[in-house]
Ligand binder design. Structure first.
Ligand code: ASP
Length: 343
C-alpha cells in the first residue's frame, strides 16, 4: 500500500442515491454535495481525500443519453491528472448502459472509474446508499506500489464490484439489483475486501488516456418473439439512417427460418446495416452455426455478439459508428473484445 493519500473525485449525476429526507417536512429532496463530508461524517474515516462535483441539473437516469455519457467522460478526462480515482453516482435504472459507454469512451484507462447508486435515498433509515458509496470510494482509492489496483470502469452495488460493461440491472426491488452473468465479480466486500486479481483487466504501462467524444445514435434493438411479423421487422430495418441493429435472438443465437425474415436481414446487410446477434438469455453466449436456425445468419455475415450484454452491445455499436470505423472493418472490430466486454 502506498503511504500517499489517494485523491478521489466524486461525480454526482443524479438518481435516488442523491436524495435526502428533510426530517421536518418528511419530503425527499436533492442532496447538496458540497456538504458531503458534513452530512456523511463516516467519510472522514476513509484514508483518502474526496472532492465532489455535481451535474448542474441532476437527472433521473432514465433521462441519460449519449451526450451525458460524453460529458461524464470529459469530466474524467479533464480531471484525470489531479485524481487517483473517480466515483460516479448514478441512478441504477440505466447505470449498466452508462458504465458500458464509459468503458468504450475512456480508452487506455489506467485509473478506477466506479459507478454506484442505491435503491433507497442516502437519507433513508434503511438505506443501501451509505455502504455503496463508502465502499465504492474505498475501492477507487485502492493502490498497490503507487498504481491503481482497478484500471477499468467498474460498477459497485450491494457488496460486489463488477466489470461495468458486463452488468445488467436485474431487480427493481432487491438491494442486489445488478448481475454479471457472463463474467465473475472483481471484488467482494465482507469483513475484508477480497480482490480477485485474476479477473481484473491487466495493468497498463505508460498508457495515455484517450477520451472519445462521438457516439452515433443511429442504432436500434429488436427483440425477437414468436409471431413477430413482417411489418414490424420492416419498420425497424427501414428506419431512416439506421446503421446498426442489435438483434436479440433466442438461446445460443437462433432466429426463425422463414424466408421473408431471412431475406429482409440479407437485404439490410447488403445496404450497409450492421446486424449484431445477441442472445436474449441473461447468461451464455451466441454460437452461430450450432443449430440450423443460426447457420443462415452466420452465412449472411450477421455479426457475432458472443456473450456481450445488450447494454454493452448498443454502447459499442454507438462508439464504433461514432469513431468512424469503416464498414469493412466494423464486423471484425465488433467481434473483438476492446474493454473486456466479451469473450
Ligand atoms: N429512477 C432512478 C434512476 O435510475 C432509480 C435509481 O436511482 O436507482 O435514476
Amino acid at each position: 500500500m502506498s503511504s500517499k493519500k489517494s485523491r478521489i473525485l466524486l461525480i454526482y449525476t443524479g438518481g435516488t442515491i442523491g436524495m435526502m429526507k428533510d426530517y421536518v417536512s418528511g419530503a425527499l429532496k436533492a442532496f447538496d454535495f458540497s456538504q458531503l463530508l458534513k452530512n456523511i461524517p463516516e467519510l472522514n474515516q476513509l484514508d483518502c481525500t474526496i472532492a465532489s462535483l455535481s451535474f448542474e441539473y441532476p437527472i433521473d437516469s432514465s433521462n441519460m443519453n449519449p451526450d451525458h455519457w460524453v460529458a461524464i467522460a470529459e469530466i474524467i478526462g479533464s480531471n484525470y491528472g489531479e485524481y487517483d480515482g473517480f466515483v460516479v453516482l448514478h441512478g441504477s435504472d440505466t447505470m449498466s448502459y452508462t458504465a458500458s459507454a464509459l468503458s468504450f469512451l475512456l480508452e487506455n484507462l489506467a485509473k478506477p472509474v466506479i459507478l454506484t447508486g442505491s435503491q433507497l435515498p442516502i437519507g433513508d433509515l434503511r438505506t443501501d446508499a451509505k455502504e455503496n458509496l463508502i465502499t465504492a470510494i474505498q475501492i477507487a482509492a485502492l493502490q498497490e506500489k503507487g498504481k491503481s489496483v482497478i484500471q477499468e470502469v467498474g460498477l459497485y452495488f450491494e457488496y460486489k464490484l463488477y466489470r461495468g460493461n458486463r452488468t445488467t440491472k436485474i431487480n427493481a426491488e432487491h438491494f442486489q439489483a445488478f448481475a454479471s452473468l457472463n463474467y465473475p465479480h472483481l471484488i467482494e466486500s465482507g469483513v475484508h475486501l477480497s480482490i480477485f486479481h485474476e479477473y481484473l483487466l491487466p495493468k497498463k504501462k505508460n498508457a495515455v488516456l484517450k477520451v472519445h467524444n462521438a457516439m452515433d445514435d443511429n442504432v436500434a434493438i429488436l427483440k425477437l418473439f414468436p409471431g413477430i411479423n413482417k411489418n414490424i421487422v420492416e419498420a425497424v430495418l427501414g428506419a431512416k439512417d439506421l446503421k446498426a441493429l442489435i438483434l436479440e435472438t433466442y438461446g445460443s443465437g437462433n432466429a426463425p427460418m422463414e424466408d421473408w425474415f431471412l431475406e429482409k436481414l440479407k437485404f439490410a446487410i447488403k445496404n450497409g446495416i450492421h446486424i449484431i446477434n445477441v442472445t436474449q438469455c441473461s447468461g451464455g453466449a451466441v454460437l452461430m452455426g450450432h443449430y440450423e436456425t443460426s447457420s443462415k445468419l452466420k452465412k449472411m455475415q450477421v455479426i457475432n455478439g458472443k456473450d456481450i450484454t445488450t447494454e454493452a452491445a448498443i454502447a459499442k455499436a454507438m462508439y464504433l459508428l461514432g469513431s468512424g470505423v469503416s464498414n469493412e472493418l466494423f464486423k471484425t472490430v465488433f467481434e473483438t473484445s476492446l474493454r473486456g466486454e466479451m469473450l
